[in-house]
Design a protein around this ligand. Structure first.
Ligand code: SAM
Length: 283
């Protein structure tokens, strides 16, 4: 028996179900249930929430979320080998855990969840950034979720919270900081996982803002930021040439020097630039 519930310790679960970690699925498992409960608590009070978990694996974080009182957990896991272990957790928490064996990039979780919703995951490295960008870029805001509590490689976590002028500052920082409040809550060394990854990890908590920090059309902002950082060494007047033939005028009108580089420009100025471009397009 383990500390947080009456289920067997995770090492025993992995041995019983022969869950040797697969690198191709980004499998680095957390085996310390006190740690997974602590990560679950970083998501705040879960008792009124449905929680979406991506990649439960043998279920360490899943058990943390349930033990911390999540109203319901929907766990989407690609690896069919994990299904029997997850079924044992579902049996121990009747009506509170639903498991889908599928690819999180293809399953629509909204068919199975009731709001309010929080998302928590120790994300598979190969799909983590793609999922985060999807959660941050719906056409309308607020999104279907209230907060994200996500484990990433530390380098990705630093890109999410980065400030202008820093090396890590780029599209991910701008997308995250435009519509959420992101904070690094906890850092974990490789030894916290089995097998240990080559890099350090960190948990980032992102709370959805009721409205974006500054007004801008999401499509335009995304296009401008992507173009600006695709050629981050270039001056903005050339990096953004493809966005508008009058880009120099728009930059000046937005208070940005055309000779500046993307990494020197803050979120507010990028939003002003997106609005200036849209205003010029309106007939
Ligand atoms: N949550 C577990 C933990 O903390 O120990 C496992 C985390 S492990 C880093 C990532 C998990 O995501 C693995 O169980 C892996 O099989 C699963 N996974 C990988 N790609 C996936 C995908 N596209 N959709 C759903 N699950 C995926």
């Amino acid at each position: 028996m383990s500390g947080i519930d009456n289920l067997p310790p995770l090492r025993a679960v992995i041995a019983a179900h022969d869950l040797a970690a697969k690198k191709s699925l980004g499998q680095n498992f957390l085996l310390d249930l006190n740690l997974t409960a602590k990560i679950a608590r970083l998501g705040g009070d879960l008792t009124q929430y449905d929680v979406l978990e991506i990649g439960p694996g043998p279920g360490g974080l899943t058990r943390g979320l349930l033990a911390e009182g999540a109203r319901r957990v929907l766990a989407i896991e690609k690896d069919p080998r994990c299904m029997p272990a997850l079924a044992e957790i579902a049996a121990a928490y009747p009506d509170r855990l639903q498991v889908i064996n599928g690819d999180a990039l293809l399953v629509n979780p909204l068919e199975h969840l009731t709001q309010p919703i929080k998302i928590a995951a120790n994300l598979p490295y190969n799909v983590g950034t793609e999922l985060l960008v999807r959660w941050l870029t719906p056409p309308d805001w607020p999104p279907f979720w209230d907060s994200l509590t996500l484990m990433f490689q530390r380098e990705v976590a630093e890109r999410i919270v980065a400030a202008p002028g820093s090396k890590a500052y780029g599209r991910l920082a701008l997308l995250a900081q435009w519509r959420t409040d992101p904070t690094i809550m906890m850092e974990l060394p490789p030894e916290a996982f089995s097998p240990p990854p080559k890099v350090n990890s960190a948990v980032v908590h992102l709370t959805a803002l009721p409205a974006p920090r500054y007004p801008a059309n999401p499509g335009t902002l995304n296009k401008v930021v992507a173009a600006a950082f695709n050629q981050r060494r270039k001056m903005l007047r050339s990096a953004l040439k493809s966005v508008s033939p009058d880009i120099e005028d728009h930059l000046i009108a937005s208070g940005i020097k055309p000779t500046e580089r993307a990494e020197q420009v803050d979120l507010e100025a990028f939003c002003t630039l997106a609005r200036s471009l849209d205003a010029a397009r309106t007939p």
